[in-house]
Ligand binder design. Structure first.
Ligand code: PMP
Length: 381
C-alpha cells in the first residue's frame, strides 16, 4: 500500500489505463484534425470523435447528435446558461437554481444578474435536498430556466431529478442539470428525467482533464441556444475550436466503461464507504455525517469532527489525501458555503472532511484510514 492514500476522487480521478490506451494513437499516428475533410488523417480523427459521441450519448440515454464536446463542466454550464439567456432576455429573465450549486453555475448566475437577469437561489434543507414545492413556489411567468445539480460535489446529496423534470415540462421551462458528480456514479437517463441540458466532465470519471460535454435536447428550445465560442462553427456551431480528439476519445471510452462497470463498482464502493463511515462514527466521539444518508453518491462521506480546528485537522492528515470544502475553491480560506447553507456553523464547516472513494480504493486503504483518522483526531484533541 502506497502513502498517501488518495481519497479525493470527487476532486479528480486518475485516467483509467484502458482509457489511456485508446487515446495514445491519437497523439501520434492518428493525429489528424477531425475537421479535415479531404484526407485519411482527418477522416480517422472524425470517425473516432463520432464513435466517442455515441459512447457518451449511450451513457445518458441520449442521441449522439445531442452531444456537444466542450473543455469541461465549467464550459458546459456557461454555454447552457448564458446561451439560453441570450435567446430569452429581456422577454424572460428569471432563473431558478439552488444555493449549493458549484461555482460554475452560481458565478454564471451572478454574472447574468449584472446584465439584468433575476435569480432565485433556493435554500436546501439540512440534508442538502430541495423540494418540488420550493421550485413551484419560485416559478414566475418569466422563468426561462431551472438549473439544479444532479448530485452535490461536497456532500453527495442527490436531487429529485425526475420530479423536477416533470415540473419543468409541465410549465414549459427548460431544465438544465450539472451532472458532473453524478456521471459515472449513478445511472442517468435524460429521457426518463426530462432533462433538456446536462453538463458533464471527463476528469471525474477516469478520463482526462480539460474535456467535457453538454447534452442539448434535439428539437427543443434548448437547441436554439447561442454559442459562447465563435469561430469555425465546429460542433454544429455550438462550440467553435479544433476538437480535442485525444480527450474526446478518452471521454468516450470512459463513458463506455462506466456504463459496463457502474453497478459492480458501486456495490464495492458502498461497502467500503459504509465501513469507513460506520467505524469513524463508532470509534470517534463527537462526529457527524453531513448530507442525505439515504439519497447520496455511493462513494462519498462528509464528516464533521467536533473539538478540533479544521485547518489543523486537514494539515495533520498527511497520509491521506482528502479535502475540506471543495477543492475548486480551496484557494480561499472561507468555510464551505455548501455546508453553511445546510446549517453548519463556520467552526463545524471548517472541521468537516470529505472522503471520496473511487475504483482504485482498496479494503486495506480503508482499514488504514479508519485507524489513522482515529489516531490523528485523538492526538489533536
Ligand atoms: N460542477 C461540479 C458539480 C463539479 O464538481 C465540478 C468540478 N469540481 C465542476 C462543475 C467543474 O468541472 P470542470 O473541472 O470540468 O470545469
Amino acid at each position: 500500500m502506497k502513502l498517501p492514500i488518495y481519497l479525493d476522487y470527487n476532486s479528480t480521478t486518475p485516467v483509467d489505463s484502458r482509457v489511456l490506451e485508446k487515446m495514445l494513437p491519437f497523439f501520434s499516428e492518428n493525429f489528424g484534425n477531425s475537421a479535415s475533410r479531404s484526407h485519411l488523417f482527418g477522416w480517422k480523427a472524425q470517425e473516432a470523435v463520432e464513435n466517442a459521441r455515441e459512447q457518451v450519448a449511450n451513457l445518458i440515454n441520449a442521441e449522439s447528435k445531442e452531444i456537444v464536446f466542450t473543455s469541461g463542466a465549467t464550459e458546459s454550464n456557461n454555454l447552457a446558461i448564458k446561451g439560453l439567456f441570450e435567446i430569452n432576455y429581456p422577454n424572460k429573465k428569471h432563473i431558478i437554481t439552488i444555493q449549493t450549486e458549484h461555482k460554475a453555475v452560481l458565478d454564471v448566475c451572478k454574472h447574468l444578474e449584472k446584465l439584468g437577469v433575476e435569480v432565485t437561489y433556493l435554500q436546501p434543507d439540512y440534508t442538502g435536498l430541495i423540494t418540488i414545492e420550493q421550485i413551484k413556489n419560485a416559478l414566475r411567468p418569466d422563468t426561462f430556466l431551472i438549473s439544479v445539480m444532479y448530485a452535490n460535489n461536497e456532500i453527495g446529496t442527490i436531487q429529485p431529478m425526475k420530479k423536477i423534470g416533470e415540473l419543468a415540462q409541465e410549465h414549459n421551462i427548460l431544465f438544465h442539470t450539472d451532472a458532473t458528480q453524478a456521471i459515472g456514479k449513478l445511472e442517468i437517463d435524460v429521457q426518463k428525467d426530462n432533462i433538456d441540458l446536462l453538463s458533464l466532465s471527463g476528469h471525474k470519471l477516469y478520463a482526462p482533464k480539460g474535456i467535457g460535454a453538454l447534452f442539448i435536447r434535439k428539437n427543443s428550445r434548448a437547441s436554439k441556444l447561442i454559442a459562447q465560442m465563435d469561430g469555425g462553427k465546429h460542433e454544429r456551431g455550438f462550440r467553435s475550436g479544433t476538437l480535442n480528439v485525444t480527450g474526446i476519445v478518452g471521454l468516450g471510452e470512459a463513458c463506455e466503461l462506466a456504463k459496463k462497470e457502474l453497478t459492480t463498482d458501486n456495490q464495492r464502493l458502498i461497502m467500503l464507504r459504509n465501513k469507513l463511515e460506520s467505524e469513524i462514527l463508532q470509534n470517534i466521539s463527537d462526529v457527524k455525517v453531513n448530507g442525505n444518508i439515504t439519497n447520496r453518491l455511493p462513494n462519498l462521506t462528509n464528516i464533521s469532527f467536533g473539538g478540533v480546528d479544521g485547518e489543523t485537522l486537514l494539515m495533520s492528515f498527511r497520509d491521506i489525501a482528502v479535502s475540506s470544502g471543495s477543492a475548486c475553491t480551496s484557494a480561499s480560506v472561507e468555510p464551505s458555503y455548501v455546508l453553511k447553507s445546510i446549517g453548519l456553523s463556520d467552526v463545524m464547516a471548517y472541521a468537516s472532511i470529505r472522503f471520496s472513494l473511487g475504483k482504485y480504493t482498496s479494503q486495506a486503504e480503508i482499514d488504514f484510514t479508519i485507524k489513522y483518522v482515529k489516531e490523528t483526531v485523538e492526538l489533536l484533541r
